[in-house]
Design a protein. Structure first.
Length: 492
């Protein structure tokens, strides 16, 4: 998988630096609290939210179990509707396909709809190397691109920027990308939005090639769906002569009827709206409407390997709503850049290490970027048990073991730096399988508790640097149970 932020340290180091940025923390706190409060009100309007959540989970699980069948059906449907389907095993192949398709049009620039998949594979950078300019048209993505920045949120990529910073970026950078910012531009939202609209309009009107992702693909009809709030996506999807869509293979749903569930849960979980202002759907090509040429690039890039993991595969249910980011105490304080991936927050902490593997320092650290509080699971509209997958991936990092890479079984070695943890777990396993030894140890700990340190020495020092060491009780539960006959004796 591409998309790693080059030069990024492991999460603990990146987060350590991020939490000291007071402006970043203020921006994140305001934005995440606002979004999650609005989402809670929008979800509360539906009496059947729990049923919709379960329906979404079941649809996604069914599709993943029969992904081979539905992908073939999708290809047949798209082809029958006049489109062309391409299969990309990894980021490099996807970038080569898109670059070739753009070159075949004779064009040297494209307009883009906001797309996590194209960020994942580093498409903009690949096109730039080929002499092709890719212009982001989503307002937040435009801010990130003009600011030579990186996205830090799935839904709001520029969430780490405030209005003053955005005004300064527009004033300084817009002119080098096209129409400059108006003179005297202020930081009022209306003026910033108008500056972006004027800057982008000339690109929409002259673009011959559009590049998009998709929120959903319908196997039975070959229909692709993009939901958005600004209208830029509608312009990119309808005005160009050629449309190229790069979509992860997990974004498929079997039938048109299945969309009913997700078009209720996605907008409420993401933008806290009952329905997205713009829901664009297209099926192949027509002679009188929209692009005359349509290409669909189906992207694997580690997804099939993830599917082979019985615990981790539930991450592929994700519909990219970002609700988990907005409730996560770790994301709120550290921000998205600390995750070193285009997928930040709780979902990124389980998705990136599966798509990219856990061999790198940053990917080995991501499963630990969580307090395991469970808030992410509670808000997930497709019921991904993120804490369960985090613990599963932590075990993989510490213990190693067999995983699937590029379709083949390989055995991972335990990651460096976890020898003490493995030793502690082996000692705990031995103690729990020897009750007499466990009881003796508990009584000894209780009798010496006055002498216990407040922090642990050696490898345990890092743990107690940010946590209180639990106090040992005067009596273990096992001894209390025996002394009171299970709590039946008076005074127990």
């Amino acid at each position: 998988m591409s998309g790693t932020f080059v030069g990024m340290p492991a999460f603990p180091k990146a987060a350590h630096d991020a939490v000291r940025d007071t402006t970043l923390r203020a921006n994140l706190r305001h934005a995440t609290h606002t979004i999650r409060d609005k989402r809670a009100r929008a979800v509360a309007e539906l009496d059947d939210w729990a049923q919709l959540r379960e329906a979404g989970r079941q649809i996604k699980d069914h599709t993943l179990r029969h992904l081979d069948h539905y992908l073939v059906q999708l290809e047949e449907s798209v082809t029958a509707a006049g489109g062309t389907v391409h299969w990309a095993a990894d980021a490099d192949e996807a970038n080569r396909i898109v670059t070739r398709l753009v070159r075949e049009t004779g064009q040297s620039e494209v307009v883009k709809v906001k797309s996590m998949a194209t960020q994942e594979i580093g498409l903009n950078e690949a096109l730039e190397e080929a002499g092709i300019s890719a212009y982001e048209t989503d307002l937040a993505e435009l801010i990130v691109q003009l600011g030579k920045d990186r996205p830090s949120h799935i839904l709001v990529p520029a969430i780490h920027r405030n209005r003053g910073e955005i005004r300064d970026i527009f004033r300084k950078e817009m002119g080098s990308w096209g129409r400059p910012a108006p003179d005297g531009l202020t930081d009022t939202p209306a003026e910033l939005a108008e500056a972006a609209r004027l800057h982008l309009r000339e690109k929409f009107l002259r673009a011959k090639v559009g590049v998009s992702g998709a929120n959903f693909m319908v196997a039975e009809t070959g229909t692709l769906v993009v939901v958005e709030s600004e209208g830029n996506g509608r312009m990119c999807l309808t005005l160009p002569e050629t449309l190229i869509s790069v979509v992860g293979i997990e974004k498929i749903v079997p039938t048109w009827r299945d969309l009913e569930v997700f078009l209720q849960t996605l907008p409420r979980s993401s933008t806290a709206e009952r329905m997205n202002p713009y829901t664009s759907m297209w099926t192949g090509t027509t002679d009188t409407d929209g692009p005359s040429t349509f290409h669909l690039v189906l992207l694997d890039n580690g997804r099939t390997d993830t599917l082979a993991d019985e615990v981790g595969r539930q991450a592929l249910r994700c519909i990219r709503c970002s609700a988990c980011l907005n409730v996560c105490p770790v994301y709120e304080r550290a921000g998205g850049h600390a995750y070193g991936s285009v997928y930040p927050g709780p979902i990124g902490a389980i998705l990136s290490p599966q798509l990219r593997g856990t061999e790198s320092e940053i990917d080995a650290s991501l499963p630990y970027a969580s307090s395991l509080c469970g808030a992410c699971y509670e808000v997930c509209p497709v019921a991904i048990d993120i804490p369960e997958v985090l613990v599963h991936l932590r075990e993989r990092v510490v213990q190693g073991g067999e995983v699937t890479r590029r379709g083949a079984k390989v055995t991972l070695k335990p990651a460096k730096g976890h020898a003490a943890e493995r030793a502690a777990m082996r000692a705990a396993r031995w103690a729990f399988t020897h009750p007499a030894a466990l009881g003796t140890g508990q009584r000894l700990a209780a009798r010496t508790r006055r002498f216990h340190p407040r922090t642990l020495p050696g490898p345990g020092k890092a743990w107690t640097a940010t946590r209180d060491l639990p106090k040992v009780p005067a009596e273990s539960f096992r001894d209390w149970w025996q002394r009171t006959d299970g709590g039946k004796e008076a005074g127990a």
